[in-house]
Design a protein around this ligand. Structure first.
Ligand SMILES: C[S@@+](CC[C@H](N)C(=O)[O-])C[C@H]1O[C@@H](n2cnc3c(N)ncnc32)[C@H](O)[C@@H]1O
Length: 246
């Protein structure tokens, strides 16, 4: 895959998972540059004038990649919605999305400062430096326009489950890193193709302009007869499929 938008190898150390943003144990972090590239491709496919948008991840894990996207592309996002079938993941997602607010940043600063007092570790001191830089940006951007966030527990393969959290919200962009089987499995579904079931469940919340990006391993078949496939990309072990409803 050639990078079209995130063309520079920027230094994303401040945003590293487990630094300021919380990490989900045993889950490899989604690469920040790749997340930024996919998000910008989706915006480009939606067309100009389509921002700020509402972005949703129905298999959010710790919501790490949506948190980094919101931080990097604040101006183009008004609402971040996340759900996961697992309550622990949803709790961590709440904490990560909380870091998009001045209050969340202050709380995280107190946590990291306490760890420095306890352990006197360089990694915690570096995390506090990252936080100070990020906090300045979050405070400045929030003063212009806060980003609304919502996290709930839902089964991504069932529309009724999603509906409880989404109600009548219309989603502009879906960007989901679905279970790969190695570190996380599809739970709560007997569907022979859970990705298809998720696309089916999402239909009721999308408009004809909505864009859906799914990253997965190469074994899962990502497609649905009521969607048009716009792009299919490969990077290492991942495949990235971008679709829109027909
Ligand atoms: C690859 S992880 C997502 C990691 C996430 N991208 C991050 O950056 O933290 C996939 C997630 O899908 C969740 N999951 C598994 N089956 C699900 C289902 N039926 N509905 C919703 N979430 C599900 C798992 O609990 C796991 O958190």
């Amino acid at each position: 895959m050639e990078y079209k938008f995130a063309t520079e190898r920027a230094n994303y150390t401040d945003l590293a998972s487990g630094n300021v943003f919380y990490s989900l144990p045993e889950h490899p972090a989604f690469p920040v540059r790749l997340a930024s590239e996919i998000y910008q491709r989706c915006l480009d496919l939606r067309g100009k004038g389509s921002v700020p948008c509402t972005i949703y991840d129905p298999c959010c894990g710790a919501a790490y990649h949506l948190s980094t996207i919101a931080y990097l592309h604040w101006d183009s996002i008004c609402r971040v919605i996340c759900s996961d079938i697992d309550e622990k993941a949803a709790q961590l997602a709440r904490r990560n999305l909380g870091l998009l607010t001045p209050g969340g940043m202050e709380g995280r600063s107190r946590e990291i400062s306490a760890m420095i007092r306890l352990y006197d570790k360089q990694s915690h001191k570096s995390a506090l430096e990252s936080l100070t830089r990020m906090q300045e940006q979050v405070n400045r951007l929030t003063a212009v326009r806060p980003i609304q966030t919502k996290v709930f527990r839902a089964n991504a393969t069932e529309a009724t489950s999603m509906k409880e959290g989404l109600q009548s919200t219309e989603i502009d962009l879906v960007f989901s890193d679905i279970p790969y089987g190695q570190h996380s499995q599809w739970e709560g579904t007997q569907a022979s193709n859970p990705a298809w079931a998720m696309l089916e469940a999402l239909l009721g919340f999308l408009s004809p302009q909505s864009i859906v990006a799914i990253t997965s391993d190469k074994l899962q078949k990502i497609g649905h007869e009521k969607y048009q496939r716009l792009e299919k990309l490969q990077l290492g072990k991942r495949q990235i499929t971008i679709l829109k409803p027909l």
